[in-house]
Ligand binder design. Structure first.
Ligand SMILES: *Cc1c(COP(=O)(O)O)cnc(C)c1O
Length: 399
């Protein structure tokens, strides 16, 4: 590769001077990606099993999305939501037809989608009912309300006073939820599978139990599908993986194939509670996001990627379960479609670092859970290559 890029070292220096240091970043300047492969400024090539922190569910630069955005950007970049935009309407229709047949509100991120859901729940039930129950280990975003909804004390430190009205239940504990519900409760909000919380799959019957409690107490059941949505689990949406229908789902991350975009979907009965003037997102459902969102859904269908997820998930499950037998560091393997969590007996940071040194990109969350969020169009060959590298690192690990 001819090198027209700033070196990784110089890029790090640029950040040191000019970028707010609120992220832990690797000292690598990434410059180009294609599918599950990505290159840095020095020309090093990596296999990416965590593309775009879950945003690049179709890999880097998926061709149909690239083409749709290129075409759109030459025609119309932005119009405000005071007008009608055919592609936004079409996108909403495609999402509705693949979910529970409702309506969409568009925004730009997961936090914004959850903000919309929180405001909808409060507006729907009037001013006397404002409490929302969320779950320990959950993650809902970084705005003040969604940080409050995130029941992890480490994210709250120094930020108080937080937004009133959020109550936390232990994940998987129906009885605790029941105890928290009172006549001021308006909603239950949960990720069908906790992502940042460590790829935590709920115990059998738990989500069904929440549905029942919501029905009995007239609460909105909100599924935060920012990570589980859009094909990640091998179904269009995570709720379909568990066969429980919520009243609201929120989407972002992979929604537009790597382009920024978010959405909240709810039923046509509940939707009017978010009445005109009560909520907005200036860039929500803009022409570029809409074009990318439509292209994403079409690509998943045309390339039968939901089927590919089932094949790959089986491969990850069987190979890591096999590895667990002769690797003392693996406590538990959790796989749901293209969400893979390997809980270790030890801290995972060195595993991530050693994989990086062997040109494999992965993630660690909650200190000891190795997390992979591979692209749906990963090949079996690439999956095996990644598993081989990670297995080697785990086998060689000295505690
Ligand atoms: C990433 C994530 C969010 C936050 O999304 P942003 O686009 O960063 O605001 C919310 N909920 C879940 C489940 C997530 O994984």
């Amino acid at each position: 590769m001819d090198n027209q890029f700033l070196s990784s070292t110089d890029t790090v220096e640029l950040f040191r001077q000019y970028v707010v240091p609120n992220y832990g970043r690797y000292s690598v300047n990434l410059v180009r990606g294609e599918g599950s492969t990505i290159w840095d400024a020095e020309g090093n090539k990596y296999l990416d099993l965590f593309p775009g922190w879950g945003c690049n569910l179709l890999g880097h630069c998926p061709e149909p999305v690239v083409k749709a955005v290129q075409k759109q950007v030459e025609t119309l970049i932005h119009v405000p939501n005071s007008w009608h935009l055919e592609s936004q309407g079409r996108w909403a229709q495609l999402l509705s037809e693949r979910s529970f047949g409702g309506q969409a509100f568009f925004c730009n991120s997961g936090a914004e989608a959850n903000e919309a859901a929180i405001k909808l729940a409060r507006l729907h039930h009037g001013p006397s009912r404002y409490k929302i129950i969320t779950f320990e280990g959950g993650f809902h975003g970084r705005s003040l309300a969604t940080t409050t909804a995130t029941a992890q004390p480490k994210y709250h430190e120094g930020l108080g006073p937080l937004v009133a009205g959020f109550q936390y239940a232990p994940h998987g504990d129906l009885e605790a939820v029941k105890q928290l519900i009172d006549d001021e409760t308006c909603a239950i909000m949960i990720e069908p599978i906790q992502g940042e919380g460590g790829v935590r799959i709920p115990p059998a019957g738990f989500l069904q139990g929440l549905r029942q409690l919501a029905n009995e107490n007239d609460l909105l059941l909100i599924f935060d599908e920012v990570q589980t949505g859009c094909g990640r689990t091998g179904k269009w949406f995570g709720y379909q993986y568990f066969d429980v229908t919520p009243d609201v789902i929120t989407l972002a991350k992979s929604l537009c194939g790597g382009v920024a975009g978010g959405a909240m979907l709810t039923t046509a009965e509940i939707a009017p509670s978010l009445r005109p003037g009560m909520h907005a997102a200036t860039f929500g459902g803009n022409p570029i996001a809409s074009a990318a969102g439509i292209a994403t859904l079409e690509m998943i269908e045309q390339e039968n990627l939901l089927d590919n997820v089932a094949v790959l998930a089986e491969l990850f499950q069987s190979r890591f379960t096999e590895l667990q037998k002769d690797c003392q560091w693996i406590k538990q393997v959790r796989v749901a479609g293209m969400m893979v969590g390997i809980e270790l007996e030890v801290e995972g940071a060195t595993v991530v670092q050693q994989c990086l040194e062997r040109n494999l990109l992965i993630n660690c969350t909650q200190g000891n859970v190795i997390r992979l969020l591979p692209a749906m169009n990963l090949t079996t060959e690439q999956a095996n290559e990644g598993i081989d590298i990670l297995s080697g690192v785990l086998r060689d690990l000295q505690a």
